[in-house]
Ligand binder design. Structure first.
Ligand SMILES: Nc1ncnc2c1ncn2[C@@H]1O[C@H](COP(=O)(O)OP(=O)(O)OP(=O)(O)O)[C@@H](O)[C@H]1O
Ligand SMILES: [Mg+2]
Length: 531
């Protein structure tokens, strides 16, 4: 066992077993073994040294474009290798790239659900604004050509219609903006509230193993990105989709051949956008992962500044953090390159469709199969469609990034509350008797190392019990079990006269409150800094 207990009635003395005495960490096994006497410091030092190994460890993640294995690599392989991004947390995090979208969509739907009225109003405003805007070029061209033919009535009729359209577009766009902003606010609030409520009920092991900074970042930026996904990205994408489709229908009625050319180029643009969307999503995910790790690295070094000072490892810490910064820089470089390529392809497609339409259209005007008015209209709408598609593509990539954020949020939300927080029976009375029967326990982060092994202890009501033992012998762990922060991996912690069966049903929160009153209070004579 980890320690021997010499207990007489209510007084238990914990002494380290030989195993512990002999297993003092050496300078070689861990780079930083000095602690301030609490095991938590030792833990974070161990974590830091583990991280420092990770930081300097060269994974298959490629930042420089140089091939890990020397030898003949073709140009294309090198180009591919340069673009290839793999998350440093590769094993567990590689699968979200081909995520199942269903749970995310279900979550989003349940989030929008309570605001369906506002969403409906927003969508109606969006449609009216989009259709009004779509009609503006048509009536503009009509007025201009009516003026060239000196048709005064026609001009004034079209101008009046234009004024109505512009007024409608302005007001409905404003209402659309207001509704979607409100929706964004409400959804962000609801999402944060739900995520926080889920997190607060998670088991203690979860908080032992999760960086709080990462959780607050989920609450802050990921929740915002997820709400923005519906309120902004989807809104802009839908509005532009309506306009692109409306424009295509209009062009189709105007001149089929020209419409097909525009459609072909737009389809090409979509293909590029899909490709880029996938890249953007992947690179954003890797960027977030590396950012989180770099923050952890900085956090560890700064929080252990005394230890760093003691061992004069400042240069190593700078180098370790620098490795993460280099990686962030390399990902940023690829993101910038990818985005520029996408923008280039987009603009090429826009102008190519315009130029080709102009060439074909002009020849048709020469042949007399198309009027000048029709051609002008055509050029207006080609621009309309290509810009609308470009906007849809732009939003699509952002949508993909938002899905990345949603994956993380939904992943956290899916979890059930810890067993200790579930409602159960409230004990009728509690005499103060606490009994540990053959209790063993290992922390989830070190499942192979028993913090407690076969502990038997009876704490009689009204008696003062001192728990004495060397650092790391398990005093804090034992008290944590009494508080029911953790459940023992073997044996049972029993309160009052209850037996093991009823223990499971005892209302957990009530138990913890009573246990805190009964056993965990530090009395006079307890040395601070221990226990
Ligand atoms: N959150 C944790 N995760 C993993 N291992 C832990 C954790 N907390 C403590 N340990 C390990 O469990 C063992 C018992 O630690 P514990 O903190 O209970 O000892 P302690 O007797 O309270 O020590 P101290 O007198 O220094 O406070 C140690 O080996 C410690 O490293
Ligand atoms: Mg302790």
């Amino acid at each position: 066992s980890r320690f021997k207990i010499s207990a007489s009635f209510s007084n238990a003395v914990l002494q380290p077993s030989d195993e512990i005495r002999n297993s003092q960490p050496s300078l070689n096994s861990s780079p930083i073994v000095l602690s301030d006497g609490t095991s938590n410091a030792v833990l974070s030092v161990e974590k830091a040294s583990k991280l420092s190994k990770e930081g300097s460890h060269q994974t298959s993640w490629n930042t420089s474009g140089k091939s890990p294995k020397k030898g003949g690599r073709s140009f294309y392989e090198k180009v591919f290798a340069w673009w290839y991004l793999e998350s440093p947390q590769s094993k567990s995090h590689s699968e979200p790239f081909n995520t199942d979208l269903k749970p995310i969509l279900r979550k989003l739907a349940s989030l929008v659900g309570p605001d369906y009225m506002m969403l409906s109003v927003a969508i109606i405003c969006m449609i009216v604004a989009a259709v009004s805007e779509l009609a503006i070029p048509h009536y503009s061209t009509k007025s201009v050509f009516a003026a060239t033919q000196r048709l005064g009535d026609e001009v004034s009729k079209n101008v009046r219609l234009l004024i109505v359209l512009v007024f409608m577009y302005g007001s409905f766009a404003a209402m659309r903006g207001f509704c979607f902003s409100m929706l964004n606010n409400r959804m962000t609030r609801r999402l944060r509230d739900e995520l926080f409520s889920t997190l607060i009920y998670r088991e203690t092991e979860f908080f032992d193993q999760t960086d709080v900074g990462a959780l607050t970042s989920r609450l802050q930026s990921d929740c915002q990105a997820m709400a923005k996904c519906v309120a902004t990205n989807l809104n802009i994408a839908m509005r532009n989709c309506i306009q692109a489709i409306g424009g295509i229908v209009y062009l189709y009625n105007l001149e089929r051949r020209l419409c097909m050319v525009t459609l072909g180029i737009t389809a090409l643009l979509w293909a590029v956008a899909l490709l880029y969307g996938d890249f953007a999503r992947r690179s954003q995910k890797v960027f977030q992962d590396v950012l989180a790790l770099s923050n952890t690295a900085a956090d560890e070094s700064l929080s252990l500044s005394r230890t760093v000072r003691t061992f004069a490892t400042e240069p190593q810490e700078i180098a370790r953090y620098g490795t993460w910064l280099d990686r962030l820089y390399q990902i940023g470089l690829r993101q910038a390159a990818g985005y520029s390529l996408f923008v280039m392809a987009g603009h090429w497609a826009c102008y190519a469709s315009k130029v080709i339409a102009l060439i074909i259209g002009c020849s048709m005007v020469f042949n007399g199969t198309l009027t000048a008015e029709q051609l002008t209209n055509f050029i207006f709408y080609v621009e309309f469609i290509t810009y609308a598609s470009l906007n849809v593509c732009d939003e699509y990539t952002e949508l993909m990034e938002a899905i990345g954020a949603s994956e993380r949020v939904v992943g956290l939300m899916d979890k059930r509350p810890a067993a200790q927080t579930l409602p159960g029976k409230v004990p009728q009375s509690f005499s103060g008797l606490v009994e540990l029967r053959d209790v063993s326990f290992s922390y989830a982060s070190r499942p192979n190392k028993k913090a407690l092994d076969g502990v038997n202890l009876r704490l009689e009501p009204g008696a003062v019990t001192a728990l004495v033992g060397l650092s790391g012998s398990g005093k804090t762990t034992l008290v944590a079990l009494l508080q029911r922060l953790y459940d023992p991996s073997g044996g049972a912690v029993l309160l009052g006269e209850e037996d093991e069966a009823t223990r499971e049903e005892v209302k957990r929160r009530a138990t913890r409150r009573q246990a805190r009153l009964a056993g965990v209070k530090r009395g006079k004579g307890w040395k601070s800094g221990s226990g």
